[in-house]
Design a protein around this ligand. Structure first.
Ligand code: COA
Length: 150
């Protein structure tokens, strides 16, 4: 598997981006300001993440997804580790990520990759999304914020 930056001439992998974030508007906004990296197997994009500078010295993984048939095979972990190394190489001091209150497996993955919880952005998903979102039978209302020093 190869992880590389999406080139300016390539179409962003919208199906994957929307798997992690159902808002077409938010996704297209942060794609303009961030960098999208893709995981490629046999010439097919099977995963992606988007790194977005948010504050001085700080970057955030604002979107990460692996194609459903390829989930659970370690690709997500490789993408998170790649994002951490990539951010460090670019000179950032802190990397952040957020996930919904219902994201049990995401919370496990991010903590296994060294992230620690820093706070809860209460009602984030109510403020930013017009439709209710459910995951694991739980409404996604609050965002759990995590970060790690680089
Ligand atoms: N308890 C403990 N560990 C858990 C767990 C649980 N309940 N659920 C998952 N994990 C661990 C796995 O064991 C694995 O760690 P390991 O390698 O040490 O065993 C790790 O979390 C995830 O494994 P991996 O196979 O690399 O993840 P993946 O390729 O399936 O990608 C996502 C993870 C989240 C990117 C993927 O499931 C996805 O695209 N989901 C839909 C989009 C999404 O929710 N994106 C995130 C938005 S915040």
């Amino acid at each position: 598997m190869d992880i590389r930056k999406l080139s300016d001439t390539e179409q962003p992998p919208m199906e994957l981006l929307l798997l992690a974030d159902p808002s077409v508007l938010l996704v297209s906004q942060y794609l303009k300001r961030g960098e999208c990296f893709v995981a490629v197997v046999d010439n097919e994009i099977v995963g992606e993440y988007v790194l977005l500078p948010t504050r001085p010295d700080t970057v955030e993984i604002v979107n990460i997804a692996v194609a459903e048939p390829e989930q659970g095979k370690g690709i997500g972990k490789q993408l998170v580790k790649h994002a951490i190394q990539n951010a460090a190489l670019q000179g950032y001091k802190t990397i952040e990520i957020g996930t919904g209150n219902s994201g049990m497996s995401q919370l496990a993955l991010y903590q296994k990759c060294g992230f620690r919880m820093t706070g809860i952005d209460r009602d984030f998903f109510i403020r930013h999304y017009s439709e209710p979102i459910f995951e694991n039978g739980i409404q996604v209302v609050d965002m759990v914020r995590l970060s790690q020093d680089l």
